[in-house]
Design a protein. Structure first.
Lengths: 396, 396
């Protein structure tokens, strides 16, 4: 298969590119290096020492014999170049990671809100318009988020994208329908993914594009079998208050003797997936595209749910770290349950990496090994959702 | 009241500005003149001879003694200027018409799709971010469209924004909920308005902005009492295949001895409202803002529904015009019923201008009077929704 990976330099995009290339697919990474540029802005960086793209690709070629192509361009802005690449290369599939993906970053200021909206919506729409203009039958696999659903339900497990409902008509009859699950995004970032869904529904209906939208949980872990082949192939590990995901932050905090920062009560329940399972899910999605003319195929890309304070306890037990309850910078419910269907990926053969199996390895192989790169001042989450919230800073 | 009218130079924005100014509200028009610039691109123009903004405002001042302020800026791009205007002037309300509003124009090419998405979504989001950043309690009234609902239902009248549904929980209980009506947009333009709804829901929830979203039907007519005060105040009348709305197109076609062009069977049913009622609805919406902290207030801004072929027959009866069934350039159902609730505006005191009462006046006072300005080559609708559709050109 010939595959374009939009955002192939990022935390999920890079290991996905290697995984697909290792399966002998012909991979082209398209990326504007925005994630590295944001590191410059935030004066924060990956705990792991990631290499420039040139070094990454040269090492990959020398290690495996596989060539990954690379084009530096901004998918949200350079429409015509994106179109000509599609027309010239005729990819079978495009994997779309090319969006600003951190909720806290999207809430830092008006400028960050505006960048997230402008970048994410134009990037997604440009890809759809370009595939349509090319006239080619290309399968688009997009990284959505579990956050489109919100974190409360009316008492049923969250379905995979579509909700069966009943409506009462004017003459009193009950009619069954299946609708796109009503969204309830918790940040500007999550909101853009709910708007992406409407792009997809429209282009699937009007232009019969084949689209898979993968509603991913919070990703944890760092390594995949491919990124571990050489130090030059190492993946990002973000721990700062904007880009670090909660479990990786706990692991890193434990490694540098910083208290595990729980926002509020820690009663929030979230969905999780290991990065090794992310790359496998993308592979499974590409191998199982929807039929042309069908509605968007939506899959929940997560393997387990956990309450945040339980996660903190687990990490504290393994590592002996202390726990600090800090202010919650987010505007969200302090407690919620979360039950999610993920049968589609399990039916396709996904074998989940469980937290129990992977945690200890991650602490020792990554967090402790690279702890000397940490800048502790970058740990607190400082972006507040409104002026009513306060930053999540522990009183040390 | 101090009111900003974003897009106050357009077909709906201009008469709204005059109407509110005439009620002694302090009105500031903010517009980048994009509609006039698109006239240049399309080499098409208003049937009525509209005047430059300077002439319009000078005449208004001399005729009524009221001053309307004017700032030329692009709401989708000039965020900081928009913010400083809000901070300096502290408006009580902002009326947001500043979006590309023609479905056919939004489907002309990838470039037109991309412009519509980029302009409409960034414009709406900039307004919301700026109100939030200002910290002021400003009521935002936005022009949505009946097209967010789509044109088919499960057998109930289309409600005003929110749909009561029942969900069955995992333990078999039925739970009632009220959700944002599931959208089914028929064009890129309509899609952007469904995405606007998600912006509004988010900012109402997170930042407690007061927002009214007015889902308007197809506007017909030209004049309001205020635009008729002087020839220099005349409103636009679009008849071209991109910007002309169906009923005004029929009236103009009759006036210039061109067949009334019905796309496909004409079995499509649509909602309508006269421009006189549009300006009155905006007034009523501004006088009745939602409470701070409430969900978005959604009102259906329409007064009657008609099947397209029935409208053509009516105009043909009045004028003696011929009817031509042409190809439908749109990708849509050939027949649909449409039943709509519009109680909210009726309860607030709206007295609808009916088609029967207004049609003949419009034909003689506008279409015939300015028929000599018509360019018949601009009448056919040529923008096709996909490569499968064909332009709507009559064989004369």
């Amino acid at each position: 298969m010939k595959v374009f990976i939009l955002g192939g330099d990022g935390f999920c995009g890079w290991p996905t590119s290697l995984h697909l290339s290792n399966l002998a697919h012909e991979v082209t990474i398209i990326d504007n290096l925005s994630r590295r540029n944001i590191d410059n802005e935030l004066e924060a960086g990956s705990l792991t020492p990631i290499k420039p793209m040139g070094t990454r690709l040269k090492t990959w070629r020398e290690t495996t014999g596989h060539t990954i192509h690379y084009e530096r361009l901004d998918v949200a802005k350079n429409y015509h170049r994106l179109l000509t690449l599609i027309q010239d290369e005729k990819p079978d599939a495009i994997v779309h990671f090319a969006e600003q993906r951190a909720a806290p970053y999207s809430m830092k200021s008006s400028a960050h809100k505006r960048y997230t909206v402008d970048n994410n919506l134009n990037a997604t729409h440009n890809v759809l318009a370009a595939i349509t203009e090319s006239g080619l039958d290309i399968h688009l696999a997009h990284l959505g988020t579990m956050g489109v659903y919100g974190y409360g339900t009316a008492g049923m497990k969250i379905p995979e994208g579509y909700l069966p409902i009943e409506i009462t008509t004017d003459d009193g009859q009950r009619v069954r329908q299946e609708i796109l699950y009503p969204t309830n995004p918790g940040s500007i970032y999550h909101m853009t993914k709910t708007q992406d869904q409407l792009f997809f529904a429209y282009y699937a209906k009007n232009d019969h594009l084949r689209i898979s939208d993968l509603h991913q949980g919070i990703v944890w872990g760092t390594h995949t079998p491919e990124t571990q082949l050489d130090d030059n192939l190492i993946n990002r590990f973000d721990y700062d208050g904007d880009y670090g995901t909660v479990l990786n932050r706990f692991l890193m905090q434990a490694a540098v003797n910083y208290p595990l920062t729980i926002h509020g009560t820690g009663g929030q329940t979230r969905a999780f997936i290991h990065i090794r399972d992310t790359v496998r899910c993308i592979q499974l999605a590409l191998e199982n595209p929807p039929e042309r003319g069908n509605r968007v195929q939506i899959l929940n890309q997560m393997t387990e749910t956990h309450r945040i304070r339980d996660l903190a306890k687990l990490v504290a037990q393994i590592t002996g770290a202390e726990i600090a309850h800090v202010d919650n910078p987010r505007n969200e419910d302090s407690e919620n349950d979360l039950h999610v269907h993920n049968d589609l990926f399990l039916d396709l053969g996904l074998e989940p990496t469980t937290l129990q199996a992977g945690l200890l390895e991650e602490v020792t192989h990554t967090a402790k090994k690279y702890a000397h790169n940490a800048d502790k001042t970058k740990i607190p989450a400082t972006a507040t959702w409104t002026k009513r919230q306060k930053p999540g800073v522990p009183t040390v």
